[in-house]
Design a protein around this ligand. Structure first.
Ligand SMILES: Nc1ncnc2c1ncn2[C@@H]1O[C@H](COP(=O)(O)OP(=O)(O)OP(=O)(O)O)[C@@H](O)[C@H]1O
Length: 349
């Protein structure tokens, strides 16, 4: 079921003597229970597009349906109510420094029609959920970045939203803390059925948490699909660039290049990148390639990730043998659905 349907969204900012088209005629549908990653470089229009969901950014034109309600036609009081169903977290947490952790999480409940005892219970339950039950009396300044983001998450959940928008929520955190926050978001997605829109410039974060991905550039979505589709069959160069960073392929290739500068390939050797989906594809082929084709392999890099329960592998290897031996072995990989491509690095032919 579609929880969010943005259709033909345009957002134009008028400045003194020029117009900035931040989002250009873009549409996106987000289903209940999705963790939808929106990836792109700074200025691509990610925040502007996503902020139209709760009309923090009113689109210049287009339709914003949230649970079937057209947000752009609501009266202010109705909009306030609908907005409560959409929580939001940000890169810099936006906590109130003069309030305790408890006070920050209780903030959205200030005008809620609940008894004081119920509010207290609600806040304590939320702090428990995000793993901060023992920090209720602390002030934000006494917390680490990861803990501050947990407070912000608890606060965003105070009104029991169905949707959580995360705008670069892990961008100010170190990799370990980032993974802990992403794990928390996944838990909330699974346990509460929360639909999450994850805006980020890091494909790594998307890889950890999302089930769907859209890549944005210059105000438009240039590519979209399931996490697995995007990672195993990216079409656009920008998507490939993001993925190569997220799978450490770029870093591995740099090291391989250095190695080959010292030990150049021989005439009967070639450098290959091997991409495969499913654990039972490439590894058996590599292990029998000498017996089957007389080709020896030198595995320089190998990485396997589990993306939405499916193993996705990447290897960089040198194949050594006669031209025809190498060609037959490569054809056999291709026959088994393993992608294999020759790499040219640092002046190698
Ligand atoms: N309120 C505004 N007034 C004028 N221009 C704006 C405004 N908000 C965003 N823009 C412009 O719209 C474009 C898209 O910005 P947006 O913040 O949506 O990109 P982004 O992909 O989210 O990047 P970032 O992560 O840096 O925020 C940029 O050129 C930005 O300068």
């Amino acid at each position: 079921m579609a929880v969010i349907s943005l259709t033909d969204i345009n957002v134009t900012f008028k400045q003194k003597n020029r117009e900035i088209v931040a989002v250009q005629n873009e549409s996106i549908t987000i289903e209940k229970g999705d963790i939808y990653g929106i990836v792109g470089y700074s200025g691509a229009g990610k925040s502007t597009l996503v902020r139209t969901i709760n009309l923090l950014q009113r689109p210049t034109s287009g339709s914003v349906l949230v649970n079937g309600t057209e947000m752009t036609s609501l009266k202010p009081a109705q909009l306030r109510d609908e907005r409560k169903k959409i929580g939001m977290i940000f890169q810099h947490f936006n906590l109130m420094s003069e309030l305790t952790v408890f006070g920050n999480v209780a903030q959205p409940l200030k005008h809620a029609k609940m008894s004081k005892a119920d509010k207290t219970k609600k806040v304590n339950d939320l702090l428990d959920l995000v793993g901060l039950a023992d920090r209720a009396g602390n002030y934000p300044a006494q917390l680490s970045g990861g803990q501050k983001q947990r407070v912000a998450i608890a606060r965003a959940l105070a009104n029991d939203p169905e949707i959580l928008i995360s705008d670069e929520a892990t961008s100010a955190l170190d990799p370990k803390t980032t993974n802990q926050i992403l794990a928390l978001l996944k838990k909330l997605n699974q346990e509460l059925g929360l639909t999450i829109v994850l805006i980020t410039h890091e494909m790594q974060a998307v890889k950890e948490a999302a089930n769907k991905v859209a890549v944005m550039e210059n105000g438009v979505i240039i590519e979209r699909g399931s996490l697995l589709e995007i990672f195993t069959n990216p079409q656009k160069q920008l998507t490939k660039d993001f993925i190569n960073t997220a799978t450490n392929r770029d870093e591995a290739l740099e090291k391989v290049t250095e190695l080959l500068e010292e030990q150049p390939l021989a005439d009967d050797e070639e450098l290959l990148q091997i991409n495969y989906v499913g654990a039972d594809t490439a590894q058996p082929l590599l292990s029998t390639i000498y017996a089957d084709y007389g080709v020896t392999t030198n595995l320089l890099y190998s990485n396997m990730e589990i993306l939405t329960k499916t193993p996705v592998g990447l290897a960089i290897a040198i194949f050594k043998g006669t031209a025809s031996q190498r060609a037959t072995s490569k054809a056999s990989f291709a026959d088994h659905g393993v992608q294999i491509q020759e790499l040219h690095v640092g002046g190698q032919h």
